[in-house]
Design a protein around this ligand. Structure first.
Ligand code: COA
Length: 646
């Protein structure tokens, strides 16, 4: 039974059991409605506890149902029936009460939660607004600005914060269900959320500031603006009118392209490592070595420490080691200040440093993050081969070098793998797991498990120059250079990309990351004869002048306190190179910019797929959305190109 009823004295315990996350599917909704009817007429029942089996309270609507026509009973009607019940309903919340789950809990008359529970309305992240009363009931329980950040920001809050805010009535100290039943026994009458007045804004200026900040952050994502509007209506309109408008917005958004795209990414992210061929038993990993304490190495060390691993950081001398250690401690400190690390001392106690590779003798896994140079990385691997246990996994964090060549220096190359983190490594969710030819299957399984333990989205990539992401990025970067030759300006290209929804354009991104890394890569690829077609020298000429981007004060743009300004010098270099290539027309229609950039992206993505470097089009979308700023609400380049073709 998806919904069952048991009796504890004069309290009915209604339990939802719909694995994995108790989504409020049609069977759950129908079961709840029957439970309301049954408990209302039962003469031996005075109150009801609503609880869930398994790992969590209802974690939302069943997202898979959103692509199908809606089937009765609808969630708003189920919640209305619970709220209207004559006997008090107590929600007993554990795990995550999200979306429709929290709406259900707010329809109950009293809420008690496990101390570790989290509650939120994340619909906005799926391109929606709450559709079962969330925007009307939440502002009747908590202060307006919190309702706004939860609904339009989509961020869940802890049980402690929920109690302080008035969203829940109690936190269980021991057995959640037992305490919920005890609480139900004390209640005389239902206390209906919709009958409350709205709490209102404690500080109207702060509310307005938060709303405009969220609207700015939305770029092109429609649901964020719609969620802000819905909260404002929830605060202003009579409850029944606000409920009707909320439902209409929800239904309109549900079938929108953006919501479809966000659902696509939601499921694609959860499917990246689902391939059953990699379900071997992983090797145990508790002790991780990190070679190199630069930005990447320190970020990786921090990410591992924050997720409970023991980390030994290695640098070549005491000065570099001190700098690397400072970077790690700085990251840990600021995470602790933001409340992300409850026990900083325990984390630091798992952190060791050394200048001698011998300190890695008992490491289960070593990740090298040294200078991006094949010979240097091979030397590091040769040293690791000598000092590590023969079953220890050796990973390289290279972002484009040949992982087969690096693995080849080991006496047993089956223990080598690529782990391509993105900077800042303790924040960015993407992890490309790069598979050299000889890699053992249990090594892949270990990397997959590690990625989950680190809270990352792991995507499997074959070995090629740049793996999935950097290869596609190089292709559209080359197209951006061709756009300059054809008459576009860097500002025009960047503005078009921002309008499309990227956080920044391709030239701004190069100025931020530094032009020198890609320059080194181009020089290597030219030497290896890997660059074909007419070669555009604009970026090389900027690098020859030391214009490496923001860090040198100049790149594609001039950088100063006033921000980035277009550069006359760069424009004259572009004009010269246009002439060299026989193009003179210094103008380009802006509407042609994005089709060209997206076309280059998808052509390369198709090649990456055809060569078997990526396992699926979905994996490519996940990589570009999580590592390369592709707008999530467009679903990634593969989905966007399919949508454009339809
Ligand atoms: N509808 C349908 N399926 C869902 C779902 C939902 N709302 N939420 C999760 N699932 C599925 C996942 O696809 C996954 O399926 P799989 O095992 O076949 O891959 C499974 O449940 C477990 O989810 P996962 O995210 O891997 O587990 P987790 O423990 O890391 O996280 C949650 C659990 C609930 C926090 C997370 O799944 C989540 O945030 N879900 C979405 C909640 C939401 O947005 N609700 C509002 C909907 S409008």
């Amino acid at each position: 039974m998806t919904v069952s009823i048991a009796k504890q004295g004069r309290v009915a315990v209604v339990t939802i059991d719909n694995p994995p996350v108790n989504a409020s599917s049609q069977a759950v909704r129908a079961g709840l409605l029957e439970a309301v009817a049954a408990t209302e007429v039962a003469p031996d029942i005075d109150a009801v506890v609503l609880a869930c089996a398994g790992r969590t309270f209802v974690a939302g609507a069943d997202v898979r149902e959103f692509d199908l026509p809606p089937v009765e009973p609808h969630l708003p009607d189920v919640i209305a029936a619970i709220e209207a019940a004559s006997k008090p309903w107590v929600a007993a919340i554990h795990g995550t009460a999200l979306g429709g789950g929290l709406e259900l809990a707010m329809g109950c008359h009293v809420r008690i939660a496990d101390p570790k529970a989290r509650m939120g309305l994340p619909e906005v992240t799926l391109g929606l607004v709450p559709g079962a009363g969330g925007t009307v009931r939440l502002p009747r329980l908590v202060e307006a600005e919190l309702a706004l950040t939860m609904i339009a920001g989509g961020k869940p809050i802890s049980a402690k914060a929920a109690l302080e805010a008035g969203l829940i009535d109690a936190i269980a100290t021991g057995n959640l269900l037992g305490e919920a039943v005890a609480l139900a026994n004390t209640l005389d009458a239902p206390r209906r959320t919709l009958e409350n007045a709205v709490v209102g804004a404690t500080n109207p200026d702060a509310f307005d500031k938060t709303a405009s900040g969220l609207r700015r952050k939305a770029r092109g994502q429609v649901s964020i603006g719609a969620a802000i509007d819905a909260v404002e209506r929830g605060l202003r309109l009579p409850a029944q009118k606000a409920l009707a408008e909320e439902r209409a917005t929800f239904l309109a958004l549900k079938s929108s392209d953006q919501a479809r795209a966000l659902r696509h990414i939601f499921f694609a992210e959860r499917a990246t490592l689902a391939d059953p061929s990699f379900k071997q038993t992983p090797r145990p990993v508790t002790r991780i070595g990190v070679i190199g304490g630069g930005t990447m190495g320190a970020g990786i060390a921090s990410a591992c420490l924050m997720r409970g691993f023991h980390v030994t950081l290695i640098e070549r001398d005491d000065t570099s080691l001190a700098a690397g250690t400072n970077r790690v401690c700085g990251t840990l400190d600021s995470s602790a200040k933001r409340g992300l690390l409850p026990d900083l001392d325990a984390v630091i106690a798992r952190f060791e440093t050394a200048t001698d590779y011998a300190a890695l003798a008992d490491a289960d896994l070593v990740i090298e993050a040294v200078f991006e140079d094949l010979e240097v990385k091979k030397q590091v691997f040769a040293q690791l081969d000598a000092v590590t246990r023969p079953d220890a996994i050796l990973a390289t964090n290279t972002s484009y070098l040949d992982v087969n060549a690096i693995a080849g220096v080991l006496s047993d190359p089956s223990r080598a793998i690529g782990l391509h983190f993105f900077s800042p490594a303790h924040i960015m969710k993407l992890l490309e797991i790069v598979l050299p030819d000889a890699v053992a299957e249990d090594v892949i399984a270990t990397a997959a498990k590690l990625s989950k333990s680190l809270g990352k989205i792991g995507v499997l990539s074959g070995v090629c120059d740049g793996f999935i992401g950097n290869r596609i990025m190089s292709a559209y970067r080359a197209e951006a250079d061709r756009l300059l030759i054809d008459g576009a300006t860097p500002e025009q290209v960047d503005a078009a990309m921002r309008d499309y929804g990227f956080p920044m354009g391709v030239f701004e991104m190069q100025d931020l990351a530094g032009l020198d890394i890609a320059w080194a890569m181009r020089k290597r690829r030219l030497a290896e004869g890997k660059i074909s077609g007419p070669y555009i020298r604009i970026a090389d000429r900027l690098c020859e002048m030391g214009r490496f981007g923001q860090k040198t004060g100049a790149g594609w743009y001039d950088h100063s306190d006033k921000g980035a300004q277009p550069s006359e010098l760069v424009m004259s270099i572009i004009a010269e190179e246009r002439q060299v290539m026989g193009k003179a027309d210094p103008s380009f229609p802006t509407e042609h910019v994005m089709p060209r950039i997206l076309g280059a992206m998808t052509r390369e993505a198709e090649a990456v797929l055809a060569e078997g470097i990526a396992r699926s089009a979905n994996d490519i979308d996940v990589v570009m959305v999580n590592g390369y700023g592709f707008p999530r609400w467009k679903g990634g380049p593969m989905l966007a190109s399919r949508a454009a073709a339809d």
